[in-house]
Write a protein that binds this ligand. Structure first.
Ligand code: NAD
Length: 380
């Protein structure tokens, strides 16, 4: 059995952060990088000390590189599905940033390709590894929340501003729904069964025509499988004024958690009706190798060498957690927590919510990928 893995990272915007973490991870041997821009590639290669033979401008060449065991895709959204499929077909364990893909058929293809290759597929969902989510998950596991009665979340972001790549403009909100949906589904411990989603307001006409989504804000209400809890989620991406928030609330009959309204004002933990305290979730590093803990600490977020850490309000120290889980799952020949089917279940909830919004709130059933793919992954 191998004691280390070699990983190729595709995309060096947000991806640069992950390449740096792999370089420091004690269980990682070689790190390769790929981006189409030769200048970006050269700078990143020199900064990270990656030899020239492990620098690629062509994704397919990196996916075919026999020295690599795994590929981590962090390129623009339209590349996720074809690059994931290519990597799996080349027999590489494959991780991809969100969203996993944009249609139900693409999700099925990816799970199928992972099963056929006998290799891991995992979606790198930051919201499930933030210090806040890990803190609330522990409260749940210790029974401190009591019975969960309701979950609510929102991902309010304004990408109308300059600086966001052109492919974002007009993007249908719930195609990028996993940051808000994953914590809601995961904390209840189930998946979506059906969804109704209504759109509110209007984006500018030039945005609406790109993907055919006219709404400024979308609100989705989910029935959950084997649960009496209802989950509610809001998403906005354009033409709506608010500070970015990517948060969730969980209401139990013993304890409730509410995400802060504005950055750094503190989250609220309710113990009683008027009995509450403002809390800051502790940095979650205990399970991480010492060498990559620095990427999880809150005070390091303003380090200019980790620019992507500041995006999305730091993603709660989740990046080293995601890398570590991917690396350890490969070495231990086990499914990562975000297995292919779990990744698909959380992604498909958003795809179906968007379909409901396009149908003006019609109820849409949500496929269950554990039923579609009941056989476990057999590792090759
Ligand atoms: N919290 C999160 O999980 C989170 C946060 C930010 C971004 N993302 C995701 O990360 C992805 C990348 O975001 P970004 O802000 O870095 O995007 P970006 O467009 O700024 O950068 C993408 C990078 O990919 C490279 N690239 C583009 N096409 C390529 C190809 N065919 N082959 C190889 N490289 C290619 C570009 O050169 C660039 O380095 C997006 O899909 C986004 O959804 C996730």
């Amino acid at each position: 059995m191998k004691s280390k893995v070699s990983i190729g990272v595709a995309g060096l915007g947000f991806g640069l952060e992950f390449a740096a973490i792999y370089c420091d991870h004690p269980d990682v041997d070689k790190v390769a990088i790929c981006t189409r821009n030769p200048g970006t590639l050269k700078n990143a290669g020199e900064m990270l000390g990656i030899p020239e033979e492990l620098r690629f401008t062509d994704f397919d060449r990196m996916a075919e590189c026999e020295e690599l065991d795994a590929i981590h895709v962090i390129t623009p959204i339209a590349e996720h599905y074809p690059q994931t499929m290519k990597a799996l077909r080349e027999g590489k364990h494959t991780a991809c940033t969100v969203p996993m893909a944009l249609t139900v058929d693409e999700l099925k293809d990816i799970v199928q390709a992972s099963r056929e290759a006998g290799k891991i597929y995992t979606m790198m969902e930051t919201s499930l590894y933030t210090r806040e989510y890990l803190y609330v998950k522990k409260l749940r596991d210790e029974g401190k929340l009591g019975r969960i009665q309701y979950v609510y979340g929102d991902h309010m972001q304004n990408m109308s501003l300059e600086g966001w790549g052109g492919y974002w403009q007009g993007f249908p909100q719930f195609w990028y729904g996993t940051h808000v949906l994953s914590p809601l589904l995961d904390i209840v411990g189930t998946k979506a069964q059906s969804v109704r989603c209504l759109g509110s307001g209007r984006v500018l006409p030039e945005r609406a025509e790109v993907y055919g989504c006219k709404y400024a804000v979308e609100t989705a209400t989910f029935r959950l499988k084997d649960s009496d809890v209802v989950a509610e989620a809001h998403r906005c991406l354009f033409d709506t004024i608010r500070q970015c928030r990517e948060g969730f609330n969980v209401y139990g009959d013993k304890l409730s958690f509410e995400w802060e309204d504005t950055l750094d004002e503190g989250h609220t933990l309710y113990m009683g009706i008027d009995d509450f305290e403002k809390i800051t979730a502790p940095d979650a590093v205990d399970n991480l190798p010492e060498a990559i803990r620095k990427y999880a600490y809150r005070e390091n977020l303003k380090d200019p060498n980790q620019p992507s850490c500041i995006q999305g309000m730091g993603h709660g120290g989740s990046h080293p957690q995601l890398c570590h889980e991917f690396v350890r799952a490969i070495l231990e020949k086990r499914e990562p927590y975000m297995s292919a089917t779990r990744s698909a279940n959380y992604t498909v909830a958003g795809i179906c919510a968007q379909e409901s919004a396009f149908k003006d709130g019609e109820e849409v059933p949500v496929p269950d990928f554990d039923e579609l793919f009941p056989e476990p992954l057999e590792f090759c």
